[in-house]
Design a protein around this ligand. Structure first.
Ligand code: S3P
Length: 436
């Protein structure tokens, strides 16, 4: 793949379905009674991993490449897998499925790719163990031939589920994956389970579980779930993923000759920090036709060429744009003045260490950037030049630097860009189609 400066970007597009919502549609459908239909499902590698895991747990799932039919078997209808569950690159699959498996009377072993085997799981072991589940991690060096126990907190790992106690958990970090794992385990608890976060993270689990018939109460940063609900299959239309729209929002703002309309994007306030940040940077961003689809706020997003300036991204804002920070860093490099990203230590434990991988690639393109312990400082406005991008297998790094590459002098190449299939299989086709 080679990208060069593209004069203009114009037109409209629909980005693929939301990754977080697609995962949850399969999972919640599997533990509900009857049929769940998920349309505009994200056919990305991560969500396909979720389908394959639930098939191994005895759930029949039909996928025609767009619509997915999940034949749910109820809260207690999963069966023990005969093989190791492979979550691929997907942290959401691993952490959310663990919450469900914590409530099952069988054992299951989970593994994934090299990135997953480095990602911290103690954050879910702590609350789920307190509820009564048991975890064992295995040394990945000789796994699965030999199972050597380790005290690490990463996959491969085995979960022994069973009878669970209710808890009120106060996670030290805002994480929708942790919150969701605890709430899902809470469906199997002996009373009301609550999670109080330091800052509210994305609330798709609360919204969708309640749509399936669970009793869920959200107050400020606390979510509470009642045990043993009667979940009934639903029809869910997945909105476009704002995390995928983010690349085209950035592109439309950075490129001097651009007007892009991204249609049908989920704009849930717990996810839409990119829009606030773009406005704070002086971006021309307009939301059109705001509406609600399957319980989630949706809009069309119109962006056009803008003179961007630096900003500060910090605090409560971080969970609302955590996955967009690589492309926000790219926007900052094209903006006049300094942008500071703070309170974003979580970037270090994503699909790659995104503080390291984003600063490395920005520097390679000639940007003035300094990594910090919890983010980065970008002094924008220097003309960027093409470079060889090292993605570290991280889809969001690849896409963020494609946006930089089509706005830089010279050629931009990638060591491996196939990782975009994790969340946006047609990304490079879409960027080419809109370019003139
Ligand atoms: C997700 C939550 C976020 C996000 C991830 C998807 C989810 O992770 O980065 O891409 O679907 O719940 P954390 O919960 O670790 O912040």
């Amino acid at each position: 793949m080679e990208l060069t400066r593209t004069h203009a970007f114009r037109g409209e597009l629909s980005v693929p379905g939301d990754k977080s919502i697609s995962h949850r549609g399969i999972m919640f459908g599997a533990i509900s009674n009857g049929l769940t239909e998920v349309t505009n499902f994200l056919q990305g590698a991560d969500c396909l991993s979720t389908i394959s895991c639930f098939r191994q747990l005895g759930i029949s799932i039909e996928n025609d490449g767009s619509k997915v039919l999940v034949h749910g078997r109820g809260l207690h209808g999963l069966s023990a897998p005969s093989q190791i569950l492979d979550v691929g690159n997907s942290g959401t699959t691993l952490r959310l499925i663990s919450g469900i498996l914590a409530g099952q009377r069988f054992q299951a072993t989970l593994n994934g790719d090299a990135s997953i085997r480095k990602r911290p799981m103690k954050r879910i072991f702590t609350p789920l163990s307190e509820m009564g589940a048991r975890f064992q991690c295995w040394d990945s060096g000789c796994f699965p031939e030999h199972r050597k126990k380790t005290s690490s907190d990463c996959a491969p790992l085995t979960i022994q589920g069973g009878t669970l106690k209710r808890i009120h958990y106060y996670p030290p970090i805002a994480s929708a994956q942790v919150k969701s794992a605890v709430l899902l385990a809470g469906l199997y608890g002996d009373g009301i389970t609550k999670v109080t976060e330091p800052v509210l993270s994305r609330n798709h689990t609360e919204l969708m579980l309640s749509g399936f018939g669970a009793d869920v109460l959200s107050t400020d940063t606390t979510a509470a779930v009642w045990p043993e609900p009667k979940l009934e299959g639903q029809s869910i239309h997945v909105p476009g993923d704002i995390s995928s729209a983010a690349y085209f929002i950035a592109l439309g703002l950075i490129c001097p000759h651009a007007e892009i309309l991204v249609k049908n994007v989920g704009v849930n306030p717990t996810r839409s920090g990119i829009l606030k940040t773009a406005l704070a940077m002086g971006g021309n961003v307009t939301l059109l036709d705001q509406r609600t689809v399957s319980g989630e706020p949706v809009a069309d997003i119109l962006v056009s060429s803008s003179s961007l300036h630096g900003t500060v991204v910090e605090g409560d804002m971080i969970p609302t744009l955590i996955d967009e920070l690589p492309v926000i860093a790219v926007m900052a490099a094209f903006a006049e003045g300094t942008t500071m990203i703070k309170d974003a230590q979580e970037l270090k434990v994503k699909e790659s260490d995104r503080i390291a991988t984003v600063t490395e690639n920005l520097k390679a393109m000639g940007a003035d950037v300094t990594p910090t312990g919890d983010g980065m400082v970008i002094r924008g406005g220097k003309a960027l030049h093409g470079a060889h991008i090292r993605t570290y297998g991280d889809h969001r790094v690849a896409m963020a630097f494609a946006v930089a590459g089509v706005n830089a002098d010279g050629r931009t190449t990638f060591d491996e860009e196939g990782c975009v299939t994790v969340s946006y299989p047609g990304f490079f086709e879409d960027i080419r189609r809109l370019g003139e």
